[in-house]
Design a protein around this ligand. Structure first.
Ligand code: ADP
Ligand code: MG
Length: 274
């Protein structure tokens, strides 16, 4: 669907065609002080799928995400969102096309939760949808289980509550390509599963979802594909069962890892050897 804003001549592409390219990196590289933080990475994430990016601390996951979202400009290679180079998008077009949950969201001004989530709707100013703005905000607050925090000041929230409110803001933005950097790092077991189920639901509706995780079991359970990074490079990328092998993971993390199946199922269980 292509809408044309009445207030401005911005073309708004809200397409979520299953299997079409959500975001694509072609041989991207990024260096600081001569050190390659991301080196020759090519990755395509399509509408309808979740790709989880995993790897040891400092592997370059957040830097890669920065390149895919357009927050960083690659020193080498090209990133496309849908079929257009990311540099060709205006800020507003980009905000309508892709949503980003950074690893750490710092907001020192005491915005309320309601205000923070409404910020996600800013790119839609002047546009109208079937669902009203209030309905969208209420739905996203409920999906992330933060409706009860509506009037609270964001800086007064716990780490896990902040993470869920930030996710609500990104969901409210409603962009068809989603980038989530360690969205579950501060969350308890229930809220962790909730977030992955939300990501799954968005992918089923046609979003392309890129999610940085540390938990191999979560990635194996929810992601369609896992991209493993080490020292700035993509080491492997494929279906969880292809990528999650004991030799590969043991080598990647520098610690022996056991891979087994949950009894009676095909579900992978990945545990450090002890
Ligand atoms: P990950 O998210 O996989 O933990 P990052 O992408 O954040 O890793 O960082 C990759 C490497 O690049 C790390 O060693 C990190 O210390 C380094 N790095 C990241 N940003 C900068 C920066 N602005 N200046 C120097 N080094 C950086
Ligand atoms: Mg990181």
């Amino acid at each position: 669907m292509r809408l044309l804003s009445r207030t401005r001549t911005v073309a708004i592409d809200t397409a979520r065609e299953f299997g079409s390219v959500g975001v694509e990196a072609e041989d991207v590289g990024y260096a600081i002080n001569g050190r390659n933080l991301v080196d020759g990475v090519s990755l395509t994430v399509r509408h309808g799928e979740i790709v989880a990016v995993l790897g040891p601390n400092g592997a370059g996951k957040s830097t890669l995400l920065g390149l895919l979202t357009g927050d960083l400009t690659p020193h080498h290679g090209l990133v496309r969102i849908a079929d257009r180079p990311i540099a060709d998008y205006s800020q507003r077009e980009l905000a309508l096309r892709r949503g980003v949950l950074p690893q750490a969201v710092t907001l020192s001004f005491p915005f309320t939760v309601d205000e923070v989530v409404r910020m996600g709707r800013a790119p839609h100013a002047g546009l109208a949808y079937e669902e009203s703005e209030d309905e969208i905000v209420a739905r996203c607050l409920a999906e992330t289980d933060v409706s009860h925090l509506l009037e609270r000041a964001y800086p007064s929230l716990s780490g896990g509550e902040r993470a869920r409110v930030s996710l609500a803001r990104v969901l409210a933005q409603g962009a068809p390509v989603l980038f989530l950097d360690e969205p579950t790092a501060a969350l308890d077991l229930k809220h962790t599963e909730d977030v992955l189920r939300l990501a799954r639901a968005r992918a089923r509706k046609g979003d392309a979802v890129v999610i940085v995780l540390h938990d191999l079991n979560l990635a194996a359970a929810y992601a369609d594909r896992i991209a493993l990074m080490a020292r700035g490079r993509l080491v492997a990328c494929g279906a969880p069962a292809e990528v999650c092998t004991a030799p590969l993971l043991s080598e990647l993390y520098g610690h022996p890892v056991d891979v087994m199946k949950r009894p009676g199922t095909d579900e992978l269980l990945i545990l450090p050897s002890r």
